[in-house]
Design a protein around this ligand. Structure first.
Ligand SMILES: Nc1ncnc2c1ncn2[C@@H]1O[C@H](COP(=O)(O)OP(=O)(O)OP(=O)(O)O)[C@@H](O)[C@H]1O
Ligand SMILES: [Mg+2]
Length: 481
């Protein structure tokens, strides 16, 4: 008896490549049919073995590995359903195709419920059988590909520049890799700063369209009057100021992907026009009669709840169903705090490289705050906080007091508080305090030194000297006047 293994394990160990011919077991009591099927299959390059009754077929299946079993339903000894059940007991991944008498569709349906892949009614054309087999192989190929992708993505801390180890992000990585291979419309939901654009980019980069354009359009940033010509382009003289014919985003995206950012903010008048393009793939430039056809994949993103927008008559229901085919929801950062240390580490690396600093780490108090803060601005806010902290911190430790005001809140952290530290001399404490005050003032003035000097009631020259002494990065544009 073969050992029972799960479908995924079975598929992983199996090759469905053309290089290794697939093995098929044919169980059929009528000699002429059995012979006919075997010849057809061998002619098509398969390896075939056959049995003339169910019991013999099951015995053979226990001994030899087969990828596919084609079995008649009516058999002497064990019938087709029993064969199917025995095959399923031994292996989850062998495909079973049953042959039924023309009138016996009911049993065929029962067989499908028991896990048969498909059925074929007698009498049948050999070509028909080959088509069913081909479909099965393609289906298994896709299953295999999905398993491979899942394996590839599993436990990766970073996926296409998206960082995350939380289970929810891991699931999103898997989802992205599957979605990317399809051509369906994707809808990315998430609060501001959760990484919607990163996900849209990842989907395009992993898709078969990756070598073609990825065109982004921000529906919230472009005035309603301009959005239509942005999308569809215009002919020369279409409106005042249209001196030249201009390509729209749809035309530019041909063959690639078009990304509608903040699609929930698209004006209703344009939603109808967008729906038409998505349904027919055709449109006209503004002021033009020529119908243009494009091949584009659509990805949309919104921070809004589109269902609520539909209820409030702000978003067309028909467009909602058209764009919401494959929804992906990015949770806010506060709901996946496991990702914070990894993200923080990544941003520290990025920004310390830019600032020419090395070996920076967060003090325990700063780390604690970074973990407990709620991040209304999500990953973008964390990124910004780390950028500020890296810029303004001295030495190798990013202390609590280097964090931006929003994170610090009203908290003064004693463990980082230089005033209470007894392990350093008075001079060092005063120096550290001076640095802290300067850093805070620069933060308040967004790096503007003239303003900072005024606040500190010292001359600009003194501030410059102190910045140098304390090792502030002088080249950082934020610090330029
Ligand atoms: N998981 C992540 N890993 C690494 N960087 C991230 C991640 N999520 C977001 N970011 C970074 O945070 C910033 C915001 O991300 P992005 O622009 O994709 O968010 P968004 O959801 O589109 O925001 P908005 O709704 O404001 O447009 C970017 O700098 C991006 O690189
Ligand atoms: Mg965005």
């Amino acid at each position: 008896m073969k050992t029972l293994h799960t479908k995924e394990e079975g598929l992983k160990n199996r090759s469905f490549s053309k290089a290794m011919p697939m093995k098929i077991l044919v169980i059929e009591d009528e000699f002429s049919v059995r012979f006919g099927i075997s010849c057809t299959l061998e002619g098509a390059g398969y390896k075939v073995m056959s049995a003339e009754n169910g019991i013999e077929g099951i015995k053979l299946f226990e001994k030899v590995h087969f990828d596919i079993v084609i079995t008649d339903l009516k058999l002497p000894g064990a019938d087709g359903i029993e064969v199917l059940k025995s095959v399923r007991n031994i292996s989850h991944d062998a495909g079973v195709i049953v042959i039924t008498a023309f009138a016996d569709v009911k049993t065929a349906v029962e067989a499908m419920k028991e896990g048969a892949y498909d059925y074929i009614s007698k009498p049948f054309d050999p070509a028909e059988l080959l088509i069913v087999l081909d479909r099965f192989i393609k289906h298994r190929g896709l299953e295999l590909e999905n398993i491979r992708l899942k394996e590839e993505v599993k436990d990766k801390k970073q996926f296409e520049r998206i960082i995350g180890i939380s289970p929810v992000m891991q699931t999103i990585f898997e989802k992205i890799s599957v979605i990317a291979k399809t051509d369906s419309s994707v809808m990315i939901y998430g609060e501001s700063g959760t990484g919607k654009e990163l996900v849209a980019n990842a989907i395009h980069n992993l898709s078969p369209r990756k070598d073609n354009p990825f065109i982004k359009i921000n529906c919230a940033a472009i005035p309603e009057t301009l959005l239509e010509s942005e999308l569809f382009g215009h002919e020369k003289g279409a409106f005042t100021g249209a001196a030249q014919r201009r390509k729209g985003k749809f035309e530019s995206a041909d063959g690639g992907t078009i990304f509608f950012d903040e699609v929930g903010d698209m004006p209703l008048s344009l939603q109808a026009k967008l729906l038409r393009v998505l349904e027919s793939h055709t449109f006209e430039r503004l002021g033009g009669n020529e119908s243009l056809t494009v091949d584009v994949r659509t990805i949309c993103a919104t921070r809004k709840n589109l269902k609520d927008e539909v209820k409030a008559d702000k978003f067309r229901e028909d467009l909602y169903y058209r764009v919401n085919v494959l929804p992906v929801t990015l949770p806010p950062l506060r709901e996946r705090k496991e990702d914070i240390p990894l993200l923080a580490e990544h941003f520290i690396e990025v920004f310390s490289k830019k600032a020419g600093k090395t070996n920076l780490t967060l003090s325990p108090a700063a780390m604690d705050r970074i973990m407990t803060y709620e991040y209304p601005g999500n990953v973008r806010e964390l990124r910004h906080a780390i950028e500020m902290a890296v810029t303004y911190c001295s030495g190798n430790i990013i202390g609590f007091n280097c964090l931006p005001a929003e994170l610090k809140g009203n908290g003064i952290d004693k463990s980082d508080d230089i005033l209470t530290r007894e392990d350093i001399s008075l001079t060092e404490r005063v120096r550290a305090l001076e640095r802290e005050i300067i850093a805070n003032t620069l933060e308040e003035t967004s790096g503007r030194k003239k303003e900072a000097a005024k606040k500190l009631k010292i001359s600009r020259e003194t501030l410059w000297r102190k910045l140098k002494e304390h090792g502030f990065p002088m080249s950082t544009p934020d610090l330029e006047d």
